[in-house]
Design a protein around this ligand. Structure first.
Ligand code: APR
Length: 278
């Protein structure tokens, strides 16, 4: 990050500059873009962190390469590894993090224009962010259907198969039934493309807990207008964030980062109360 470049709208290129921008009422439409890093403190591993990431811990599935577990062609030939993993990933037993509550707080304050998430854990909904404000760019476990004829199936039926470690097959065409999470090689939901213009309308972009390595999601932050601040809250610098005069990098744990930002905005107690009630 070239800190020597002066900001054009922020008074300073740091957390307090962003907090001042928010307190001055200049952030009326905030877009938030998140990935697996915001759910790690809930106990759900992310994908690419060394050692702890999912892709570093799939040896037992004997995959040709880690991402094969989410590859549609590999799934057609060998569905077992995904269903083994689905057993561990299935939502329902994780609590949202304080980062999820921070996004809910933005909504409660009427500031959230749209949340774009790559996560399939549905923790944003559980934190109280309304579905109308969420774009689940990589789908979710909320629905499942046959990958061949698209017939829909109930969660209960899939859950039984996953728990019994049997492969759910379509009653009509005996194709494989899969939760509607987006595999490599599959198209993203239409909601992603219908909402992809919104980052251009935002006056603040917040990116959290993502390596920004998977397209087309990874291109969202650069759709923000020039002259509109962007803040990255992440363990590492990613996606070219920091290249613009009003970019701010808050590197480190996202739960700690959102607590600092909430505190600087005078929302510290509200955030803790919201999270405590989640
Ligand atoms: N606080 C802040 N940042 C964190 C934390 C944390 N507690 N934990 C992890 N991170 C950061 C990591 O440093 C990394 O930059 O979050 C990022 C997680 O990156 P990935 O593991 O690649 O996850 P994500 O970006 O969501 O992956 C995108 O890849 O496998 C596909 O479809 C899958 O949606 C997923 C997509």
């Amino acid at each position: 990050v070239d800190e020597s470049v002066p900001p054009t709208v922020l008074t300073s290129r740091n957390l307090s500059g962003i907090a001042e921008y928010i307190r001055a009422g200049k952030a009326r439409s905030v877009t938030v873009m998140v990935g697996a890093g915001i759910s790690t403190s809930a106990g759900i591993p992310d994908f690419r962190s060394p050692d702890t990431g999912l892709y570093a811990n799939l040896a037992r599935l004997e995959l040709p390469y880690a991402e094969a577990v989410f590859d549609i062609d590999y799934f057609r030939s060998k569905p077992e590894p995904f269903y083994t993993l689905a057993q561990e990933l299935y939502p329902g037993r994780y609590r949202p993090t304080v980062t999820h509550s921070f996004i809910r707080l933005l909504h409660d304050k009427g500031l959230l224009l749209k949340l774009f998430t790559q996560n399939i854990d549905c923790l944003e909904r559980e934190a109280g962010v309304p579905g109308s404000k969420i774009v689940e760019a990589h789908g979710s476990f909320a629905r499942q259907s046959c990958i061949e004829c698209k017939t829909a199936y109930s969660s209960d039926e899939i859950r039984q198969h996953i728990d019994a470690r049997t492969i759910p097959r379509c009653h009509d065409c005996s194709g494989l039934v899969k939760p509607e999470i987006v595999f490599f090689g599959e198209a993203l939901p239409s909601a992603f493309f219908e909402n992809r213009h919104l980052p251009e309308e935002a006056d603040l972009t917040i990116v959290m807990g993502t390596s920004l390595t998977v397209q087309p999601f990874a291109s969202l932050p650069q759709l923000a207008q020039q002259g509109k601040p962007r803040i990255l809250i992440n363990k590492e610098a990613v996606g070219g964030l920091g290249s613009r005069p009003d970019d701010v990098l808050l590197l480190g744990d996202c739960d700690a980062g959102v607590r600092k930002l909430a505190e600087a905005c005078g929302w510290g107690e509200e955030l803790e109360a919201l999270w405590a009630a989640t």
